[in-house]
Each structure stands twice: as structure tokens, then as C-alpha cells.
Design a binder for this molecule. Structure first.
Ligand code: AMP
Ligand code: MG
Length: 466
């Protein structure tokens, strides 16, 4: 048997029927070259035992895994840069399978670049290899930095030549498979609302509640909204603490479980810069670093609007109003987590958040974003290392003193982690120049060594913090 006893298929979304997705077939690719295989993720869902041929059969040719009905392209609409677009849906991906992981979480296997669907419109249904490489890298570092994220399961180069306006063309093709809790988007609800289908909204509410937010009572749409608001606030706070700019926070790119996914023009922040923008086409800075909370909130208001078809406005508004306080609480928690210290109550935690942000602002380009978290991990125990390190001379003055005071108030969280060798090295970042250098190696010489070495270092980082 190609799958192990840890494989627990449960194709729940497929049971919602043809109004929510369309049966599709994968493109037939001229070749399949395995470029990345995530056996840790595969093991979580019982797929690590697949041999090389079986892996390609399931994730390159998309022969259905046992007890899975075959791919469906999910239907959804969405607001793109605040403009409603009914011409969306899975245009270059599909839901390939669903299964439970070892902890009982339902996970989707979703694709990107697997071919055309009824929702492709003028698109070719393909993913560029560079786009695939970028998604693998982003997901890996986000996971290591404690952000709820999809994980890349595999990247397979497919041997086609693609034409793209934003890459030197022709450019190489690939198909990516990702694992994530849910691919049900805010835009999935928007499509049902667009057609006035209260019955479909009810179906979605019950499906999402039962599978992803089971503590919410049946029929309690405002309760479900609140669960999604809370998960989205947590996600947004973790992006900020990780110094991450998603780049395209449209309602079709936010899901009901509060995990980020669909990493296109993302960037990590080089240094404190609220207006830092990732996507070259985001001319107004709508999705800039510090505007991400506002963007997510705006998207949540659209989801709430859809739920008005099945619930009263008042409790929905109340749920929405919880976003701001939830976001601030999550931001405090995310900074504590990144700095490796324990909570000391709201006031002290807020002081740490405020002073860390003030120091990051003052330190600017010289300090950077990531180095502060690396240098001061677990607080007091890092003092000697931080002060003697390459940024030691930046750690002085009023902003620093306030930060140090607030940090040292907090008890270290598992300070033994500091013994890991990653903390005697340099911070592990993933800024645009490095991403481009990794890609240049692949592009010019088919040299995957930088890519592989980077992923290996990110994995070490993840383990060091775990
Ligand atoms: P994204 O910006 O990747 O979230 O995609 C927005 C919409 O465009 C989704 O409906 C995608 O399926 C669709 N799309 C993006 N690229 C392609 C492509 N190459 N072929 C077909 N559809 C695409
Ligand atoms: Mg998308």
C-alpha cells in the first residue's frame, strides 16, 4: 500500500456538491522533475512512504490518492484591491484531496499550476517555476517564525515554456502542492451572497463551523464570524511580528481558518518601514506592511456582509468590532513569542511591544527588523551575546534602555533554546536580494544548491525555536 496507517482520507468539501466546485483534470505535462519534497509534512498525513514514482503519479499527474474522488476546482468570487470581481475561482489550481493529520486536523491538498479549469478565463492555468520556488521559501520561513501558514508539500518542474509579463520570458513551469487547513475563502461566501443564495451561505456556515470551528454552536453565524475574526487577528499579528508583507490581501486570498497561503509577490521587511509594499502593482500601497490589519479588517467586513443573509446585523457588527482588541492582544503575544519570553500581564506585555517597536523604528536600516529578535531571544540571557555582537553599538540610548527594561522584566521562555548554535550565528532572513540570488542560480545554471541550503537552514531555525 503506497500510503501508511497514518493516512486518514476525508474528502468533506467534495460532499458539498457541484454548486461549490467543478470536477476537473490536471494538465498533462511533458516532464516531471522533483525539485522539492517535504517529507515532514507528508508524514503528518501518512504520505511519507510514497516512493518516487508514486509521488510523481499523485502530485505530478494527480492520480487520485486512495478514497479521494478526484480534483475539483473551487468556486469563489472576491474583492481585488477593493473592486468586486465575479470572474475568479480556481483558475490554475484545484482541491486534490482532504485528510486528517495525526492531531485530527482536517487538511486540504491544494495545487497551483495544475492546468486550466472552467475558471481560467484567459489564463494558461500554469505556475512559473520561480513563483513555485518563492512560495516554498515563504511558507518555510513563515512556519519557522511561528506564523499560521500553508506548507508546501512538493514542487515539481513540468518542462513547459511560459510567457509572463512580470518575468523574463519564456520562463520555466512547475506545479506546486500545498497542505493547509482549509481553502474556503471569504470569497467563497461572497459568491453565494452575490447570487442571493442564503441556502448556500447556510451550507457553508454549517460546513465551516462543524469542521473548523466546532466550539461554535450550530446555526450561530455571528459566533462563526467571531471565530474567523479571532483567527484572522492572530494571523495578522503574526505577519507583523514576523516582518512579513503578503502583498495581495484580496478576499479570495483569506480563508476561514486564519492561515495565510497563496504567496505571490510577498516580501519580508528589511527594516521598520510602515509603508513597505511587496507587490509592484500595488501602486497606492493598499497592502503595505502596516496597513495589513486594516486590509484584513476590511475583508472581514465583506464576509460579515455575506452573513447578513442568514443572521441579524447587530451581533455580526459586534463580532467585527472584536477585531481591534483581538489584534492588539495577539500582537503582544506574537512579540513575546518572537522574543522568547513569558507573559507578565497585559500592561507589562504592552510595554514590551511598545518599546520594541520604538527601538525598531529608531534603529531603522542600521538595525533591521529580524536582527533584534535574533539578538535578544529569551531576554536577559542574551545580553552578553547581543552587546558583543555586530549590532552591539546600536544597543544604547533612551529607546534601547526602555526596551531592555521592559524585556528584562519578563521571564525567559525555555532559555535552554539559546544553547542552539543558530544563536551564535547571523540572523536568518529572506530579503529580496537573497531570493533573487537563489533564483539566479536555478535560472542560469540549474543550480539548486542555494535553494536547498536555505531550506536546510530554515529547518534548523524552526527546530531551534520549537
Ligand atoms: P491570485 O492573484 O493568484 O490569487 O489569482 C487570482 C485569480 O486569477 C484566481 O482566480 C486564479 O485562479 C487566477 N489566475 C491567476 N493566474 C492564473 C493563470 N496563469 N491561469 C489561470 N488563472 C489564473
Ligand atoms: Mg489566490
Amino acid at each position: 500500500m503506497p500510503v501508511s496507517a497514518a493516512y486518514h482520507p476525508e474528502p468533506a468539501f467534495f460532499d458539498l456538491g457541484p454548486e461549490f466546485g467543478d470536477a476537473v483534470r490536471s494538465a498533462v505535462f511533458p516532464e516531471h522533475r522533483l525539485r522539492f519534497r517535504n517529507d515532514r509534512a507528508a508524514a503528518d498525513v501518512g504520505l511519507a512512504d510514497l516512493n518516487g514514482d508514486e509521488w510523481i503519479a499523485h502530485f505530478g499527474r494527480f492520480e487520485p490518492l486512495p478514497c479521494q474522488p478526484g480534483p475539483i476546482a473551487m468556486r469563489y468570487h472576491g474583492h481585488q484591491f477593493r473592486t468586486y470581481n465575479p470572474d475568479l475561482g480556481d483558475g490554475r489550481g484545484f482541491l486534490a484531496a482532504q485528510m486528517r493529520d495525526a492531531s485530527g486536523r482536517l487538511l486540504d491538498l491544494g495545487t497551483k499550476g495544475s492546468g486550466q479549469t472552467p475558471w481560467s478565463r484567459a489564463g494558461d492555468g500554469r505556475l512559473t517555476l520561480k513563483g513555485g520556488v518563492r512560495e516554498v521559501l515563504a511558507a518555510a520561513l513563515l512556519e519557522a517564525r511561528g506564523v499560521p501558514t500553508s506548507r508546501a508539500l512538493t514542487l515539481i518542474e513540468t518542462g513547459e515554456a511560459l510567457e509572463r509579463g512580470d518575468e523574463p520570458s519564456p520562463t520555466r513551469s512547475a506545479v506546486l502542492v500545498r497542505l493547509q487547513h482549509s481553502h474556503i475563502r471569504f470569497g467563497t461566501f461572497q459568491r453565494a451572497a452575490f447570487f442571493g443564495r442564503a441556502d448556500q451561505i447556510e451550507t457553508l456556515v454549517e460546513h465551516v463551523r462543524a469542521l473548523y470551528h466546532p466550539t461554535v454552536a450550530a446555526g450561530d453565524a455571528p459566533g462563526l464570524l467571531w471565530a474567523i475574526v479571532a483567527a484572522s487577528a492572530r494571523l495578522t499579528a503574526r505577519w507583523i511580528a514576523a516582518g512579513f508583507v503578503h502583498g495581495v490581501l484580496n478576499t479570495d486570498n483569506l480563508n476561514v481558518t486564519g492561515e495565510s497561503f497563496d504567496y505571490g509577490p510577498w516580501r519580508f521587511l528589511p527594516f521598520y518601514d510602515p509603508g513597505f509594499t511587496a507587490a509592484y502593482f500595488d501602486h497606492s500601497g493598499l497592502y503595505a506592511f502596516a496597513r495589513q490589519p486594516e486590509a484584513v479588517f476590511w475583508n472581514l467586513t465583506q464576509l460579515a456582509g455575506c452573513l447578513k443573509l442568514v443572521a441579524d446585523a447587530e451581533p455580526l457588527t459586534q463580532a467585527l468590532n472584536g477585531f481591534g482588541p483581538a489584534y492588539i492582544a495577539e500582537l503582544r503575544a506574537a512579540f513575546l513569542d518572537r522574543l522568547g519570553v513569558k507573559s507578565l500581564g497585559e500592561a507589562a506585555d504592552q510595554r514590551l511591544l511598545d518599546t520594541a517597536l520604538a527601538l525598531l523604528r529608531e534603529g531603522g536600516e542600521a538595525l533591521g527588523w529580524e536582527p533584534l529578535f535574533h539578538d535578544w531571544f529569551t531576554g536577559f540571557s542574551s545580553s552578553a551575546r547581543a552587546l558583543a555582537g555586530p549590532r552591539g553599538k546600536l544597543y544604547q540610548g533612551e529607546a534601547f534602555d526602555a526596551f531592555r527594561f521592559a524585556l528584562f522584566e519578563h521571564e525567559p521562555d525555555r532559555p535552554e533554546r539559546l544553547e542552539h548554535p543558530v544563536f551564535s550565528g547571523s540572523p536568518e532572513d529572506l530579503l529580496i536580494d537573497e531570493v533573487e540570488a537563489i533564483w539566479a542560480g536555478i535560472d542560469k545554471d540549474d543550480d539548486w544548491s542555494l535553494f536547498e541550503a536555505k531550506l536546510a537552514r530554515i529547518e534548523v531555525l524552526r527546530q531551534a525555536h520549537a
